[in-house]
Each structure stands twice: as structure tokens, then as C-alpha cells.
Design a protein around this ligand. Structure first.
Ligand SMILES: [Zn+2]
Length: 393
């Protein structure tokens, strides 16, 4: 792949054709090694001869964002990817995301989101369930629910909508019935629930993204949200839960270990949490990944917005600067290094998430293959595509 830098020299329509050709060619070479653009090929040694699936990205459904994303994916060896923010069913973003998926075919899958505005309508849950049926028919693989549920969405009386509110039951049940995955971001790092003062270990982030602080006010505690998450999982055994950010509790491997042991309907991804779980002793993390090797998915939480601007796991650590494609490549390479080598005290992928280093966990190749490819393939890519689904309702 030698398309680096070509964006500045070609007419926009040429770019469109190039992107389509690139996307199509990537689909047809899924069994071949990825082709890093660097001549040295030094990134190649960390791969298994098969493109990685990134199960957690946020990609604006427009050509500019797609061009940037595909350039990054190509340089770091990512083939297929899963968009977690296709928008509420029927919205313009949703329609555009479906269009992008049609163009990319088997290379992309998408999760829709929920529009909370009608929450005070007594038929809210029922209406959402109907929308989920439509999403299923459209080839959507699940819904992704953001931390706003529990920390942001309010009912007419001004109270925060509880994760356990009975109005939400039809949504969880419809997901189970329809075979839609319930991908869930609940709570946030524990430190975001502590005072956002200079001695907070995540102060570098909190001072930039002030709205990420959930300290005080009427917010539920982190512990409350973790208990609510578990009660929801227990209540809906037929629903598959994909708990992002390592079960939303990378601080407590014991909690995540217990959830995975207790509930066969739970999967987790690693997105935006290498810095956090990387603080546990490497032996403990390695043992966790080996024990739960069939239930953990690789995901980065890469965001590419409408203008092609990037967010790499969090806000950028250099004031007044935006990360570019080279920084995105470095972001992924640091993940590969963490999972694939035994190096001690390496830089983690997201500098602003903590001024510490991590010890890599050097997973065995068979476990890596599940983390990078097989688990996402089975959970997200194997269910029939929209077209197949329409032919065989
Ligand atoms: Zn995300």
C-alpha cells in the first residue's frame, strides 16, 4: 500500500474511486498478511499473517473520514472494523452509515444507538423495540449504549434515568430476541468519580474534558453503576452483552473475571483501557487474557470525525494540537507491542490516561489470534448479513 500522501495530489472524485477500490481490495485479501507502508516492515513482526479486526471504532459516515481511517488501518494491519456509532435508527447518520456499509461489504459492521428524547413517552420501550427490529433487518449487528444512560439522560422530573428503570426492559429483551448485541459503556474510570483536583490521577484529562467528571451532584457512585450493570446482565440471560472498556472496570480484574465466570452472555473489549489494566502485574493480566481467551475482543475506540480529525482513546495530550495519521499508527503499534511482546516498562497507547508505563503481556499466538480476529469474527461478523437476512427471514 503506497497511497500515503496521495490525498494532496488528487481530485476529490479520484479520491472517492481510490477509496472504493482500496476498500474492495482489502476485502479480497483477508487471508494475506497486512502490508505496512513502511519499507522496513518493522510493524509486521507483531502480526500473525492475518489482518486484525478492530471491533470498536467511531467513524463518521462520510468519505473524508473513511479515507483517513482506511489509510491508518492499512498501515497498522487492520482489515475489518466495527463502527459503534451508526446513530439512532432512521437518523441521517444511520442512513449514511448503512450506505457506507453497503460500499464496504464484508469489511464493516455497525452498531446503532438509541435516541433518548422520547423517554417520557409511556410507549418508549415498545417503540425502541420496533426500531430494533428494523435495525436487524437493515443488517445492524447490535446497539451501543453510551455512558449517558445512568449519567446523563434525565426524565421529565429532572432525575437521572436509572439503568434499572423498567421502561428499558423491552430494549434489553428485544436485543436478546433479535440476536442484537448490547454493547455497553457504563460509568467511566474510577478516577472520574473522585474530586477533579490536581491530585486526581486523571487530572490531565479532567482539566481538558471537564464534563467527564462525575464527582458529587446527583451522580450514582461508580460502585452503584457496577452493581446495576451486573443486575441487568443477570436479568437478561438471553441477551449478549459486549461490555466495552474491559467490562467497564479495568481497575478491578477480579470483578471482570467474576462477571465472565458467572455469565456466559458476557464479552468484553480492551478499548481505551490498556493504560488502566496495564497497571496490574503483567502475570495477572496475562493469566486473565489466557483464561478468558474466547471472550475478549480487540477494539481501539479510534474516532474519526466528519473532517477526518482523530481521537486516539481520549483527548490529545499535547495542548492546541491534534493527532495525525502518524500518531494514530503509533497508537496502534503500542497496542501490538503490549499484547505481543514481553517488554517491561513500555509506553502505553494513550499518554494522557496516566503518567506511568506498563509491562507488556506477551500473549501466546493462539490467544492473540482469538483476541485480534477469531472472537470478533464469531460474535460480530458471522451472523448473516442484511441481504442474506432478507432472503431468509
Ligand atoms: Zn467508543
Amino acid at each position: 500500500m503506497h497511497h500515503r500522501g496521495s490525498r494532496s495530489r488528487v481530485a476529490p472524485w479520484t479520491l472517492v474511486l481510490a477509496v472504493l477500490a482500496l476498500a474492495a481490495s482489502a476485502c479480497s485479501r483477508t487471508s494475506q498478511p497486512p502490508g505496512p507502508s513502511s519499507a522496513s516492515g518493522s510493524e509486521r513482526v507483531w502480526h500473525l499473517g492475518q489482518p486484525v479486526i478492530d471491533s470498536h471504532v467511531h467513524l463518521s459516515p462520510n468519505m473524508q473520514a473513511l479515507a483517513v481511517a482506511l489509510e491508518i488501518f492499512d498501515r497498522v494491519g487492520i482489515g475489518r472494523f466495527v463502527v459503534k456509532s451508526a446513530g439512532p435508527v432512521g437518523s441521517p447518520r444511520y442512513q449514511a452509515s448503512l450506505a457506507m456499509q453497503r460500499v464496504l461489504g464484508d469489511r464493516m459492521r455497525a452498531f446503532a444507538n438509541i435516541e433518548w428524547q422520547g423517554i417520557d413517552d409511556p410507549r418508549f420501550g415498545e417503540r425502541q423495540a420496533a426500531l430494533l427490529e428494523r435495525a436487524k433487518a437493515d443488517g445492524i449487528v447490535g446497539i451501543k449504549v453510551f455512558k449517558a444512560l445512568g449519567l446523563g439522560v434525565r426524565t421529565a422530573d429532572g432525575a437521572l434515568l436509572s439503568v434499572e428503570d423498567a421502561r428499558l426492559d423491552p430494549i434489553f429483551e428485544a436485543c436478546g430476541r433479535l440476536g442484537l448485541i448490547f454493547a455497553w459503556h457504563i460509568a467511566d474510570p474510577v478516577a472520574f468519580f473522585q474530586p477533579p483536583t490536581p491530585d486526581n490521577e486523571r487530572y490531565d484529562e479532567l482539566k481538558i474534558a471537564e464534563s467527564w467528571s462525575f464527582h458529587g451532584k446527583d451522580y450514582p457512585s461508580f460502585e452503584t453503576l457496577m452493581a446495576q450493570q451486573e443486575r441487568r446482565i443477570r436479568k437478561h440471560p438471553n441477551t449478549t452483552f459486549l461490555l466495552i472498556h474491559l467490562g467497564n472496570n479495568a481497575e478491578d480484574l477480579g470483578y471482570v473475571d467474576r462477571l465472565l465466570d458467572t455469565y456466559p452472555n458476557v464479552f468484553v473489549d480492551v478499548s481505551a483501557r490498556v493504560p488502566e489494566f496495564g497497571r496490574h502485574p503483567a502475570d495477572a493480566v496475562r493469566a486473565f487474557f489466557i483464561k478468558h481467551q474466547d471472550r475478549i475482543l480487540f477494539g481501539s475506540d479510534l474516532i474519526v470525525d466528519f473532517d477526518g480529525r482523530l481521537q486516539l482513546g481520549s483527548v490529545w495530550h499535547v495542548p492546541d494540537q491534534q493527532p495525525g495519521i502518524d500518531e494514530a499508527v503509533e497508537f496502534f503499534v503500542r497496542h501490538w507491542r503490549y499484547f505481543e511482546t514481553d517488554e517491561a516498562q513500555i509506553e502505553h497507547p494513550t499518554p494522557i490516561q496516566g503518567r506511568w508505563k506498563v509491562d507488556a503481556i506477551g500473549l501466546p499466538p493462539a490467544v492473540l489470534h482469538k483476541l485480534y480476529v477469531a472472537n470478533a469474527e464469531r460474535l460480530i461478523f458471522s451472523p448473516p448479513s442484511a441481504d442474506t437476512n432478507r432472503n431468509n427471514p
